[in-house]
Design a protein around this ligand. Structure first.
Ligand SMILES: Cc1cc2nc3c(=O)[nH]c(=O)nc-3n(C[C@H](O)[C@H](O)[C@H](O)COP(=O)(O)O)c2cc1C
Ligand SMILES: [Fe+2]
Ligand SMILES: [Fe+2]
Length: 399
């Protein structure tokens, strides 16, 4: 059975949902599923914008057949070559051999790498090029590294529709409604959107900023991303989120406490710290055990909060490996502009704190609170004052 949805006159969503895959990119849990969006324009010419993941290829082909009826498919525009969107290009070209594939020079390099055996006609576009398809006009703007080097976006100028590729996408399947304004977006999607952005595109803040600046010159009335709902109202809300995330600016003043602990002593201090922070007026606090929290969640909340407390035992003269992995990840994702406080623990030679400071200080614009807190195996109330002073330093950094 086909499942399509009208976006605007002659523009249709022809994508699908995947609620079966446990891990996106075989790495990120997607308990709410994910949608792979593809769009079909039926003008004087028929145009498909991107395809979908292998997992939903049957539904996808049925959607296209249903809408095309007797018509042929004239163009396929390839905005992004990651296989969650390009997997079905081969099937499309085989089914519609007269189709012209539209992409940039880098797109075609990648098509040849992924589909070495397929022959097709091509139109190679450059920045700003226009494709006239009847009543509608399509312009192409390159968005390298959002989220691969070949990525581009397509702008339909008659109705102001931006086909934005991975930009403005989110995890989470579409439960019947296509448009973001049909959902309580903050409740249903925001967490997933943040986790999607920060983990998948988070490293590429500068390229995202370049795309946002290009987009600000276009009269955009609708955004059609490759994952998640379509935006036609209150677009500024989501653009603002993207602006914050891509400039590594915290969304909220608050503290995320990420701790590692084997025997519970570092954990004990992390909990005490959280309650003391609250006592002293900091109410926006999130505490995570790095061993039981997926790293993609830790990453998302690292982007979200202004202040991060890292608490780790020493392990084989190093940082506890799961904590170390998380720190390496936020470093690789270019996290910046955080205030960081350090708690470490050791029984015979405590070195974790020093090493966490080294890692964090190699990141951009990180304010490490000078006064750390070191645990010698465990803490009792003899150190209450000291812990209080440590908390005071964190509170002071909010001023
Ligand atoms: C495999 C392993 C390696 C460790 N390596 C060190 C070390 O190099 N230096 C140190 O001071 N403590 C080391 N420890 C001890 C823990 O860091 C210490 O007991 C700490 O108090 C544990 O904190 P927790 O109660 O929060 O788990 C190690 C523990 C384990 C299990
Ligand atoms: Fe992608
Ligand atoms: Fe994608």
């Amino acid at each position: 059975m086909y499942c399509v949805k009208k976006v605007l006159d002659n523009i249709y969503w022809v994508g699908g949902n995947d609620r079966k895959t446990a891990l996106f990119e075989n790495m990120f849990p997607i308990p709410n599923g994910v949608s792979y969006n593809s769009y079909l324009i039926l003008d004087e010419k028929t145009v498909l914008l991107d395809t979908v993941d292998h997992s939903i290829s049957r539904e996808f082909m049925e959607n296209i057949e249903h809408l095309l009826g007797e018509r042929n498919l004239d163009y396929i525009i390839v905005n992004h070559m990651e296989p969650d969107h390009c997997a079905i290009i081969g099937d499309i070209v085989l089914k519609y051999p007269e189709i012209q594939v539209v992409g940039n020079a880098k797109t075609f390099q990648m098509i040849e790498q992924f589909f070495p055996d397929i022959k097709f006609d091509r139109i190679t576009v450059k920045e700003g090029d226009c494709l006239e398809i009847g009543k509608r006009k399509l312009n192409f703007y390159f968005s390298p590294m959002v989220h691969w080097p070949e990525a581009m976006v397509t702008f339909e100028s008659v109705d102001g529709v931006l086909f934005s590729a991975d930009a403005f996408g989110t995890f989470g399947a579409l439960d019947g409604n296509l448009f973001a304004d049909e959902y309580d977006f903050e409740r249903v999607f925001l967490e997933d959107a943040r986790r999607y952005y920060t983990n998948i595109v988070g490293k590429f803040g500068k390229p995202v900023q370049s795309l946002l600046s290009k987009a600000s010159n276009l009269d955009i009335k609708c955004i059609c991303p490759l994952h998640g709902p379509v935006w036609r109202e209150n677009i500024g809300y989501f653009v603002d989120k993207y602006n914050k995330w891509s400039s590594y600016e915290a969304e909220e003043k608050g503290v995320m406490i990420a701790y590692a602990s084997m025997y519970g002593n570092t954990e004990n201090v992390a909990n005490a710290l959280a309650f003391m922070l609250s006592e002293k007026g900091i109410k926006n606090i999130k505490v995570y055990d790095v061993s039981t929290t997926h790293i993609s969640q830790l990453v998302a909340d690292t982007f979200k909060y202004s202040h991060i407390v890292l608490a780790s035992p020493t392990y084989n003269a190093g940082i506890y490996p799961i904590m170390e992995n998380y720190i390496r990840d936020i470093k690789a994702l270019n996290v910046q502009n955080k205030t960081v406080a350090i708690v470490d623990n050791g029984t015979w030679a405590n070195t974790a704190g020093k090493q966490m400071i080294k890692e964090i200080s190699e990141m951009k614009n990180m304010n490490i609170i000078e006064k750390g807190f070191s645990i010698l195996s465990s803490v009792n109330k003899d150190r209450e004052n000291e812990l209080n002073e440590f908390v005071d330093e964190i509170v002071k950094s909010f001023e």
